[in-house]
Design a protein around this ligand. Structure first.
Ligand SMILES: Cc1cc2nc3c(=O)[nH]c(=O)nc-3n(C[C@H](O)[C@H](O)[C@H](O)COP(=O)(O)OP(=O)(O)OC[C@H]3O[C@@H](n4cnc5c(N)ncnc54)[C@H](O)[C@@H]3O)c2cc1C
Length: 466
């Protein structure tokens, strides 16, 4: 293995962070071992990368080696009788659902995009719109195998090597590289789900709506108008969905078929989706976003119930390819905080008001309902999350950074937690305050055991742990 001619610039999802690294394509587990050996010889650090679409620096490694895992993408075994699927870690959620759905199964947890790899999903321990019901993806992993930098292939399950199981999942790729993953899929009885949509006039009704309606639904998610002020602050729309029961969809055989799940190629049946981000660009400024949000809220006033395919409901963000390009040259970052249900309203009121006063409004706000979980670097809480997208420009970069660090302070005072696949500004001190010394010591002890020479490091790891 050699790294000549592999030095290349990589970016985060929002094109706002860049780092140049030696990018090595991994085709089989042995390549990972060779890459570790090479890194040790050259004194370089190593980061695994799936699709590379974390919102932050999780899969960036300036000056080091990046292992491109996307070619290890075989679904090795799928058993429609038991719902168990064994995949290489570069398999994407898109490959997964497209393989299992026509047999009447669906992935128990998915992210808002289907482009993520299973390795990336386990390393971040992703949550879906059903986090309050089924927990993060790690709770649906039956077993995985990972290679640690010592070259050991470890197989872990909730019973076997349980300490590593609960730490590698959520461990940001810093303890080992996932090679094989066995997941348990979830049964579905139709290709459609039933969605209730209703508007909420302020933050209090928004959060109480999520809280009260979550138990009767499988999924819940809110859109929050980040530009509304005064009594309308926090207004928006909630979508709560439930899977159809057996027999509820008379055409179930047909609706689960792949051709009935694809996202439409054209918007309004006319405009190719691939061109849409050019038309979005002129609206992505403070005034334009206020106009779009206000118009969206007015259309949301009509409460209604409808049926949608699984792909349409879950992967709304994939409707417009390259939508993040519409944020312009500086790109975008996302800030997501997780707050206990008792403090969320006050904390987010303060954050939203601060962003409006600073003239740095978020352009998109999304809320979800969560519950705690047992993983070591967990972001789970008995409460809610709010994800806020911010446009980055040369002019606002420093102010934005300061404001988001202030957000961290406000969130921590409210007992908040952060998600390491999203925030770009969270410091080592804020990380220590939210994870606690005991958890960090436990993580570092496991790191010493799995990675005695400290080969696995990413820009994110250096930011939050050093
Ligand atoms: C549009 C959009 C919507 C999203 N919606 C959600 C959502 O609803 N819920 C949610 O939880 N997240 C969401 N995310 C975040 C996303 O799910 C995570 O960032 C995920 O980790 C990205 O997967 P990836 O394959 O691109 O991983 P990368 O970005 O390539 O890597 C992420 C982390 O995983 C590690 N890693 C990657 N592969 C491996 C491997 N084989 N072994 C060990 N470590 C590995 C990397 O080192 C890094 O730390 C969203 C992201 C986008 C862009």
């Amino acid at each position: 293995m050699n790294i000549n001619n592999t030095f290349t610039q990589l970016e985060n999802f929002g094109h706002s962070l860049k780092a140049s690294s030696y990018r090595i394509q991994i085709n089989r587990s042995e390549d990972i071992y060779e890459a570790f050996q090479l890194a040790k010889k050259l004194g370089l650090k190593v980061t695994a990368r799936g699709t590379g679409i974390s919102y932050n620096d999780a899969s960036l490694n300036g000056g080091g080696i990046v292992l491109d895992m996307s070619a290890m993408n075989q679904i090795q075994e799928w058993d429609p009788a038991s719902g168990l699927v064994r995949c290489e870690s570069g398999v994407t959620l898109e490959q997964l659902w497209q393989r299992v759905e026509s047999d009447g199964w669906w992935s128990p947890v998915v992210s808002g995009t289907m482009k993520t790899t299973l390795g990336g999903c386990l390393a971040a321990n992703i949550h879906g719109k059903n986090n309050f019901q089924v927990g993060p993806i790690g709770e649906h992993v039956v077993e995985f195998t990972a290679m640690t930098p010592t070259g050991a292939l470890v197989t872990c399950s909730p019973k076997k090597n349980a300490d590593l199981f609960y730490a590698l999942i959520s461990g940001l790729g810093m303890l080992g590289v996932f090679t094989l993953i066995t997941l348990r899929m979830k049964r579905i009885f139709s290709g459609l789900i039933s969605v209730d949509a209703w508007h909420v006039p302020n933050l209090n009704r928004h959060l109480s709506g999520l809280l009260e309606h979550a138990p009767d639904h499988d999924y819940i998610v809110g859109w929050l108008d980040t530009t509304a002020k005064g009594i309308g602050l926090g207004r928006g729309q909630i979508h709560a969905a439930r899977q159809l029961n057996e027999g509820e969809d008379p055409h179930a055989q047909k609706t689960v078929r792949l051709e009935n799940q694809h996202l439409p190629d054209r918007i309004f049946g006319v405009m190719p989706k691939s061109l849409l981000h050019y038309f979005m660009n002129p609206f992505l400024n403070n005034l334009g976003v206020w106009g779009v949000n206000t118009a969206k809220y007015i259309t949301a006033l009509r409460d209604h119930t409808f049926r949608q395919s699984h792909a349409e409901f879950h992967f709304l963000l994939d409707y417009v390819p390259d939508w993040e390009r519409s944020f312009g040259r500086g790109g975008l970052i996302q800030y997501q905080s997780f707050l206990p249900k008792e403090t969320a309203e006050d904390v987010w009121r303060e954050m939203i008001q601060l962003s409006q006063r600073s003239r740095l409004p978020s352009y998109l706000g999304v809320t979800k309902r969560h519950r705690p979980d047992k993983f070591l670097l967990t972001h789970g809480v008995d409460g809610f999350s709010l994800a806020l997208d911010f446009k980055v420009t040369d002019k606002n970069r420093v102010m934005l950074r300061r404001m988001l660090q202030e957000f961290d302070r406000i969130a921590l005072e409210g007992g908040g937690r952060f998600y390491f696949a999203k925030n770009s500004e969270t410091s080592a001190e804020s990380t220590r305050r939210f994870l606690g010394d005991e958890t960090i010591a436990k993580f570092k002890k496991l790191k010493k055991r799995c990675d005695p020479n400290g080969l696995l490091e990413s820009d994110l790891y250096r930011r939050i742990f050093q």
